[in-house]
Design a binder for this molecule. Structure first.
Ligand SMILES: Cc1cc2nc3c(=O)[nH]c(=O)nc-3n(C[C@H](O)[C@H](O)[C@H](O)COP(=O)(O)OP(=O)(O)OC[C@H]3O[C@@H](n4cnc5c(N)ncnc54)[C@H](O)[C@@H]3O)c2cc1C
Length: 571
């Protein structure tokens, strides 16, 4: 049955109007989520409707088939918030453009992004392909990358886990959407100097006629084993000005293919097939497309353009190939995901963001992870065995971050289960039943030293009768992990603490039929500092808009919003 279309979807979107290259057919559905929750809903909607899905940034490095796209295009155009977490760390959502990042840094006198000025496209796609120009490369400024995979799980990577060299990243062949990027700008430079460099970059692009007509920038990657850039190869082969239909090899840069106005994707790709085969025939140069074709293509076109190098493809019932997809129903990759029975399995790993995302109040030194230790089936058979592991980890001394320790008068010697623990600096996790979140949720709090508390709620902020007073007996078999020291990838020092939950601890908040659970991590560090992971900024925004906040009204953080907790499926 057709489910109701979410209100951030439009039907029958002309793809030409949404891509820099101004080519492509009609998309059956076009989704413009403005937060992580809507992205997850779009993905789960594609699953339920068995529809293919592709990801679109600005469309300056992708070319959509002329055939109609009978699925969902998930566009990141509305995922465009950004804020300075600290003087040095800038968090940007994936839809923020490269040019905006250069401008934001210029205003803040931060060096490192001026080369991005006027490079078309969004930061999400730029990270995916490790974009570079004018001596800069996105890998130089990225600290962490947040993604959502094709089952709606959020992941967080370090820069080292993503970038692999020239226009190569681990994300290029993974079904994951970059949703946010933490950028690091440790050096200051005066705005005038930054602006000067930005204008030099812009002028050079104008000189090379980058913006004269729509193109995708460099059509082919450079193959360094050939000894010269692809543009030079095509120039020497005399291809400048070569045309197929209204697609033409630029007169100014032989690796650019212009859309002269009415070019079809098939014109553009037939032209690139000629360029590729000439380079092979005359110079034995193997060239790979840099532009990403997306959609359904005839097999012949697929082969001529070397699309097999560009990630997985799926053949439809008419022998045509789907390429450039994020999700394809019932594909091998998708099935593999759930049949993988390896444990432990990380269900979530992410940074914390200050509750209101107020500038310069971030804590880039604290992260959280949730890991499934055994299968759900196993956990049901062994309900007192550790099942989910929650870890808070810091990259700086936790005593500096969790700066209000439990006062001695509270903790009698060796007492660890402490009521009103929120008077001190704590890390928290909430779990809710996804189908009845407001009447069935749990809260756990822990400090780096292992003091802890737990509650069960049967209404929002309403403790269930069995724990009107904190009740240690309810949490039998739960284990507390005091602070320990780990090294991530043998390098980064991490101070880790947290809890292990058993199936018995969590069984009331797991949806029986679908095995979903909702969770939310939070930090309450004292002095009015509250943090969330994952973050709900959109909720805050909408509340502010609706309520028309009075001037000087002080907003209070409220973690008890179980309907907004993040939903995930257990294995
Ligand atoms: C005139 C011109 C000049 C250019 N100059 C340069 C240059 O100097 N250096 C350079 O490196 N590039 C250059 N490019 C290419 C382009 O600017 C970059 O590749 C840019 O990163 C593309 O961004 P986009 O948002 O338009 O990507 P799109 O075209 O929308 O997407 C490109 C690919 O990334 C995927 N994708 C998009 N967003 C995401 C996301 N958030 N998560 C995961 N996958 C995603 C898409 O599915 C697609 O496969 C140029 C392009 C043009 C038109």
């Amino acid at each position: 049955m057709q489910k109701k279309i979410p209100d951030y979807f439009v039907e029958n979107q002309n793809i030409k109007e949404k891509t820099y290259y101004k080519m492509g057919g009609i998309a059956r559905y076009f989704s413009t989520p403005s937060n992580l929750f809507e992205i997850q809903q779009t993905i789960l909607w594609c699953h339920s409707q068995q529809l293919p899905c592709s990801i679109l940034g600005s469309g300056s490095n992708s070319v959509y088939s002329d055939e109609n796209f009978s699925g969902v295009i998930l566009s990141l155009e509305n995922l465009n918030h950004w804020f300075w977490e600290t003087d040095e760390y800038l968090f940007v959502e994936a839809g923020v453009t490269n040019t905006e990042i250069a401008e934001i840094c210029m205003v803040a006198n931060r060096a490192g992004a001026s080369w991005m000025f006027r490079m078309p496209g969004q930061v999400g796609a730029s990270v995916r392909m490790n974009a570079r120009c004018y001596g800069g490369e996105i890998s130089q400024i990225v600290k962490n990358v947040l993604t959502i995979d094709h089952y709606g799980y959020i992941k967080t990577y370090t820069s080292e886990e993503i970038f692999q060299g020239y226009k190569l990243t681990t994300l290029m062949h993974k079904p994951e959407i970059v949703v946010g990027v933490r950028l690091f700008f440790p050096n200051k430079l005066a705005a005038e100097k930054l602006l000067k460099h930005m204008l030099i970059c812009e002028e050079d692009r104008h000189k090379k006629k980058h913006f004269f007509l729509p193109s995708c920038g460099s059509t082919f990657k450079n193959n360094y084993s050939v000894g010269k850039p692809s543009g030079q190869i095509f120039d020497e082969l005399g291809l400048k000005g070569l045309k197929v239909g209204a697609a033409e090899v630029s007169q100014f840069h032989a690796n650019f293919v212009w859309n002269m106005g009415s070019a079809k994707t098939k014109d553009m790709l037939n032209l690139t097939a000629i360029m590729r085969s000439k380079a092979k025939k005359e110079l034995n140069a193997e060239l790979e497309l840099e532009v990403q074709p997306v959609g359904l293509f005839p097999k012949e076109m697929y082969q001529k353009c070397g699309m097999e190098n560009l990630g997985p493809s799926y053949e439809n019932e008419h022998g045509k190939k789907w390429v450039g997809l994020f999700y394809y129903p019932n594909s091998f990759v998708t099935k593999l995901f759930y049949s993988n029975n390896e444990f432990p399995k990380i269900l979530y790993e992410g940074p914390f963001f200050e509750y209101f995302q107020t500038p310069f109040n971030g804590r880039p030194d604290v992260f959280v992870s949730l890991c499934q230790l055994i299968s759900l089936e196993d956990a049901k058979k062994n309900p007192a065995k550790p099942f989910l592991q929650w870890k808070t980890f810091t990259t700086d001394n936790p005593n500096k971050i969790f700066s209000i320790p439990v006062a001695e008068k509270y903790g009698k010697k060796n007492q660890k289960f402490i009521d009103e623990l929120w008077n001190f600096s704590v890390s928290e996790i909430f779990f809710a039943h996804p189908d009845k979140p407001k009447t069935c949720y749990l809260e756990f709090e822990v400090t780096p030293n292992g003091e802890w508390i737990a509650f069960e709620f049967d209404g929002v902020r309403q403790r269930s009768t069995q724990n009107l007073q904190p009740n240690l007996k309810l949490w039998d078999s739960l284990t507390i992990n005091n602070m320990s020291i780990h090294f991530h990838n043998d390098k980064d020092l991490r101070y880790v603490f947290g809890m292990n939950f058993t199936f018995n601890n969590l069984k009331n908040v797991i949806s029986e039929q679908q095995n979903f659970i909702s969770f939310q991590c939070a930090l309450s560090l004292g002095y009015g500092k509250y943090y969330l992971s994952p973050a709900w900024k959109h909720v805050e925004y909408s509340q502010l808009k609706n309520k028309k906040r009075k001037k000087d009204e002080i907003l209070k953080a409220d973690f008890h919003q179980p309907s907004n907790f993040w939903k995930l499926k257990l294995f």
